[in-house]
Design a protein around this ligand. Structure first.
Ligand code: BG6
Length: 471
């Protein structure tokens, strides 16, 4: 018997813009995602605004959870899900982000989803900002460059936290908040495409400060609404090893983590630490603060640390071949295999990540994304044998259990990314599938949206039923 909690939150995770579709239904406004075209492996997604009707924009219909939520939640319940991570689309609630009155139809949609989840005793875990922003806020204010976004984001957070205070207990503020520092063009993270001549370091730090303030204020306000709320941060954890035992390589590996701990430190410790100032010095940037900001950051610390883990990388002072990744990339490790999308598979890296985060912060951890993006094939009898996915997940879950059993890490739950196939954030592709449930939809936006359980569906069901004892 492993030592996982009895109430361990097994489940899966999604994001509104990759999953819901219905981009202009029931009063929803346009988001930054709705003007993005699909791409394929190795290409960057193009922003095409205004929308051209003859083009395929993956978020517009995504996999249509909006109209399939009952069927989808039933399937999750059949697998025995204890939790389901999803995001609220800000533009469903405030179509322009700064409207005087919220959109009741949008609020009702999430009421129905949470009620359906509750019906099956599935705990919703809600991300307030998952790589999404009402497009109007980009045009009107310059997105997260502007401090105005702090007030607007907190207003949105207060509204939904009030509305769902008896339906949702677990909240997360910003998805992979540290990816703002990792991405060259943080469109998904902050609605920002750097302008020619713009001081990138300053903009990045300023936008980060605004998001960190919004996150802290959300925690403060959330606790007033319901003191039992559990509110977490969400980090992309770029597990990094020194390329060799050369001491300089160890420094390189440490430096790689600075931009992640920058956010973790502020959200967990409530202040800009020496790690943050080293990073600021490294990138030679500055940002503005206002009196009272320090007190807000100190008061708005999170209850738990949610994080995503997909792969690891290496760093060193000599030139190293590069592997691929979603946002974070890094050096190629000869000991590890690559997925079809060039990501390095490293289950033990998950254990290492859990240890690194727990050793540093001593706060409960929650794995809110992990999984394998792969192409699936439907057999002539209609079945899908995704053994490769089972094998990836099994190895990662084993390593996770070692972190709990042997290393005594405090872990709340484990959620795989995209339990039902959804569109890729990086490329907008459908063919890159993470799910236990196949969705009939292709990269050109064709398909019936039919849901088909894969072999992994039955495997994960048994994992959950045995609380991770039968892998
Ligand atoms: C994470 C994001 O970075 O990785 C998800 O939080 C994303 O939104 C996931 O989908 C996997 O990346 P991709 O590019 O394969 O969809």
């Amino acid at each position: 018997m492993n030592k996982l909690r009895k109430d361990f939150l097994w489940g899966g995770a999604t994001a509104a813009n990759q999953f819901e579709g219905a981009y202009n239904i029931d009063g929803k406004g346009l988001t930054i995602n709705d003007v993005e075209l699909g791409a394929s492996h190795g290409q960057t997604r193009q922003i095409l605004d205004p929308i051209i009707n003859s083009k395929y924009y993956p978020s517009h219909e995504a996999v249509d959870f909006y109209h399939h939520y009952k069927e989808d939640i039933k399937l999750m319940a059949e697998m025995g899900f204890k939790s389901f991570r999803m995001s609220i689309s800000w533009a469903r609630i405030f179509p322009n982000g700064d409207d005087a009155i919220p959109n009741e139809a949008g609020l009702e949609f999430y009421d129905k989803v949470f009620d359906e989840l509750r019906k099956y005793k599935i705990e919703p875990v809600v991300t307030l900002h998952h790589f999404e922003l009402p497009l109007n806020l980009v045009k009107k204010y310059g997105a997260w460059r502007s401090r105005k976004l702090v007030d607007l984001a907190v207003r949105y957070a207060k509204l939904v936290m009030n509305r769902y205070k008896n339906k949702v207990k677990y909240w997360m503020t910003f998805n992979e908040i540290n990816s703002l520092f990792i991405s060259d063009q943080p469109w998904h993270m902050a609605g920002i495409i750097y302008k020619k001549g713009e001081n990138k370091a300053d903009t990045m730090l300023q936008a980060a400060h605004h998001q960190l303030l919004a996150s802290a204020l959300t925690v403060i306000e959330g606790k007033k609404i319901n003191p039992n709320f559990k509110i977490g941060c969400m980090l992309l954890y770029p597990c990094t090893y020194a390329a060799t035992c050369r001491p300089e390589d160890q420094i390189c590996a440490r430096n790689k983590l600075l931009s992640t701990y920058y956010f973790g430190d502020v959200q967990v410790r409530g202040r800009y630490t020496n790690t943050c100032t080293s990073y600021i010095n490294q990138i030679q940037g500055t940002f503005k603060t206002e009196p009272g900001d320090d007190a807000i950051l100190a008061a708005g610390v999170v209850d738990f640390i949610g994080f995503s883990y997909y792969f690891s990388a290496i760093e060193g002072i000599e030139k190293i071949d590069q592997a691929e990744g979603n946002l974070s990339t890094g050096g190629r490790n000869p000991y590890l295999k690559l997925t079809d999308w060039g990501w390095q598979t490293d289950p033990i890296g998950l254990r290492n990540s859990l240890n690194a985060l727990y050793d540093r912060y001593q706060k409960p951890l929650f794995i809110v994304e992990n999984g394998l993006g792969a192409k699936d094939k439907i057999n002539s009898d209609g079945t899908i044998n995704d053994d490769y996915r089972i094998s990836y997940l099994r190895d990662h879950i084993k390593a996770m259990i070692d972190a709990v059993d042997i290393d005594n890490v405090d872990l709340i739950g484990y959620e795989t990314w995209g339990p039902i196939d959804l569109i890729s954030a990086g490329t907008g592709e459908m063919r890159k599938r993470y799910g236990f449930i196949y969705v009939d939809r292709n990269d050109n936006g064709q398909g019936s949206f039919k849901r088909i359980p894969k072999a992994s569906f039955y495997w994960y069901k048994q994992v959950i039923a045995s609380n991770g004892n039968r892998l």
